[in-house]
Design a protein around this ligand. Structure first.
Ligand SMILES: Nc1ncnc2c1ncn2[C@@H]1O[C@H](COP(=O)(O)OP(=O)(O)O)[C@@H](O)[C@H]1O
Ligand SMILES: [Mg+2]
Length: 327
């Protein structure tokens, strides 16, 4: 548990754990923002205990030079590689967009989740995106009279095959998440929670039916890049009809569901970073959350005071004016 007054550096500390294990900030894509005011570089070094073997990770950001990561001393080609090595899941108040934001946010969220839960299919969202980009480029060429409809057919095949697979794998990920999602959401006071995937299975026939409209717009008008994932409680869609507290409970329940599944699959729990979540929950829900977290064992929660957590933390870190100290 990380405790400290407002503005003392709790979120900074959580952010650095995320940077050190994932290679990027959950808050901003602008890496230079992570460098301390007035300094030229930032560095995060972590030692991870994985199945009793220590892994050392270092991420460094140098103003004007970019970012590099090392694992056990060896440079990584891209900091993104860390993501497939060390799972870290994060909740911050910004994460409410998963429920209340547009459909693109939920698609991206589900695609990241499926790449962790079904690592053999992790590449599918990217492969589909690439094929789609090629098809769209081809549509525009035809529109400009630089190509003919025949040139589309290899892309149609690829987009339809990859698209249908992506839809299937997304549904699989939802099925995996669903029981635990509903269960945890109920413990947090939200009954009947579920994820609904809506989208017509992509086929070459479907692409053919839309061809004239697609040519007109220069973009593909059906497929998993347009499907919707609805987060519902009973008959209510939470994006439009959920209170802030209910949206928070749903996002937390999704996160915990994924963490529990990852623990079951890999034998060790992911790192779970929960920023500013306790103060918004009433006593009963705090208790329910604490019970789930006790099983997950690798969770860091922030709060302004220790008493916000209804169970005793394994370790308390006090943060003050940008310095952290184990209590
Ligand atoms: N790049 C930076 N360098 C130095 N201080 C920063 C930087 N970015 C933010 N801060 C400071 O960190 C403080 C906020 O810390 P934060 O971790 O959000 O606190 P909290 O404990 O409330 O979560 C602010 O005072 C802000 O000015
Ligand atoms: Mg904070």
């Amino acid at each position: 548990m990380v405790v400290g007054a407002n503005g003392s550096g709790k979120t900074n500390l959580l952010e650095s754990v995320h940077v050190g294990t994932q290679g990027f900030s959950p808050r901003t894509r602008s890496d230079v923002q992570l460098i301390r005011f007035g300094a030229d570089s930032a560095r995060v070094a972590v030692v991870v205990d994985r199945q009793r073997r220590n892994t050392e990770v270092e991420v460094a950001i140098v103003r004007g030079e970019g970012k590099r990561a090392r694992m056990n001393g060896a440079a990584l080609r891209a900091t993104e590689q860390l993501r497939s090595e060390l799972p870290t899941l994060v909740f911050t108040p910004d994460r409410l967009v998963v429920v209340k934001g547009g459909p693109g946010v939920r698609r991206a969220y589900l695609d990241r989740t499926l790449s962790r839960l079904l690592p053999a299919r992790a590449n599918l969202p990217i492969a589909y995106g690439e094929a789609l980009g090629q098809r769209n480029a081809c549509l525009r060429k035809i529109g400009l009279g630089l190509s003919t409809n025949e040139a589309l057919s290899p892309w149609d095949e690829q987009v339809a095959t990859l698209g249908a697979s992506l839809q299937l794998v997304r549904r699989q990920a939802i099925e995996l998440l669903s029981p635990r999602f509903a269960d945890t959401a109920a413990a947090l006071g939200l009954d009947g929670c579920r994820l609904d995937y809506t989208g017509e299975p992509l086929t070459t026939q479907l692409l053919a039916q839309r061809l004239s409209r697609d040519l007109e717009r220069g973009t593909t008008g059906c497929g998993p890049h347009l499907d919707e994932i609805l987060v519902c409680a009973g008959s209510r869609e939470l994006r439009s009809f959920g209170s802030q507290g209910e949206q928070r409970a749903a996002v937390l329940a999704l996160l915990i569901a994924e963490a529990e599944l990852l623990m079951e699959q890999t034998g060790s729990p992911p790192i779970l970073l929960l920023d500013d979540v306790l103060s918004e929950l009433d006593g009963a829900r705090r208790q329910a959350l604490a019970e789930r977290l006790a099983v997950l064992g690798q969770t860091i929660v922030t709060a302004t005071s220790e008493s916000t957590l209804p169970v005793e933390a394994d370790q308390v870190v006090r943060v003050s004016e940008g310095s952290a100290e184990a209590v």
